[in-house]
Design a protein around this ligand. Structure first.
Ligand code: ADP
Length: 259
């Protein structure tokens, strides 16, 4: 029983044993609480696309609605979201359980930034934002896992693209220090998009959190991208920070240790 406690004791050895038992019980209760919250969040996230898909399929089967390309597109969209959700969840659970192997090695970020700039620029619409790579080509190498670092950038740039109807998205990098005076490279992704309200900022890195559930669902978001990115940055010894002004834009920046 996670609620049971060891009573205080006059015998020092027993008292000590009781204290460590109680600490263990507390942390087990925390884990149990987190597990419950995850299952409840997850149920909620899975239910809404499933309900939409089932509803349409039933009506199609009954013949009360006719299939048209737009409807099929909607169904494909909802199933894609379910798929992304399972992929993201698997990723997040691996990171949280510590199963993810991080292969840190000296890494030149510039070629990776060029590759991603090209990949995302190809997806941008004519009337959409510009994607600018402002980082200098001569960046000092960082100690980081290439795949995980790419994933962090894909999540941040992908968000910037999703939440920036027009203007510019700028990828930049500069040197900095942390509190222990370690040398770091900071990478920033700045956008001129919809921004995030000051009151919402503390929650952006929480899993499943979205500023506007309906809008983000529509744009295919799972609410897991930033939670994953934050943990991936921290596993590599860095920090992920956000600054944003509603209606004006956001800046996400993360640090990686220099070699
Ligand atoms: P999602 O899959 O919903 O984008 P994320 O974890 O990546 O999930 O982001 C969580 C929420 O943070 C988003 O739903 C959105 O409300 C907000 N957000 C993230 N990036 C940006 C951005 N660049 N501009 C404005 N809002 C953002």
């Amino acid at each position: 029983d996670l609620q049971s406690r060891m009573p205080p004791s006059d015998i020092p050895e027993l008292e000590q044993l009781g204290e460590s038992f109680n600490r263990m019980a507390d942390s087990l209760a925390d884990v149990e609480q987190q597990r419950r919250e995850l299952v409840s969040d997850l149920t909620h996230e899975l239910r809404s696309p499933l309900t939409v898909v089932r509803g349409y399929l039933e009506q199609l089967a009954e013949g009360t609605i006719a299939g048209d390309p737009e409807l099929y597109q909607r169904l494909v969209g909802e199933t894609r979201r379910l798929e992304r959700l399972t992929v993201d969840l698997q990723e997040l659970s691996k990171v949280e359980a510590g199963y993810l192997s991080i292969q840190r090695q000296p890494l030149d970020l510039y070629p990776l930034l060029v590759k991603l700039q090209q990949r995302f620029a190809d997806q941008l619409l004519e009337e959409g934002p510009e994607l600018i790579l402002a980082a200098p080509s001569s960046l000092p190498p960082v100690l980081a896992d290439p795949d995980r670092t790419e994933q962090i950038l894909v999540n941040l740039i992908g968000n910037a693209v999703r939440y920036t109807p027009s203007g510019a998205i700028t990828i930049d990098a500069h040197l900095g220090n942390d509190q222990e005076k370690n040398n770091l490279l900071w990478v920033t992704v700045t956008d001129t998009g919809i921004g995030i309200a000051a009151g919402d900022l503390p929650y952006v890195f929480e899993r499943f959190w979205r500023a506007d559930k309906s809008r983000s669902r529509y744009s295919g978001g799972t609410g897991l991208g930033l939670a994953i990115a934050k943990r991936l940055v921290e596993l590599q010894g860095g920090n992920l920070l956000v600054r944003s002004t509603l209606g004006q834009g956001s800046e996400f920046s993360f640090s990686l240790p220099l070699v």
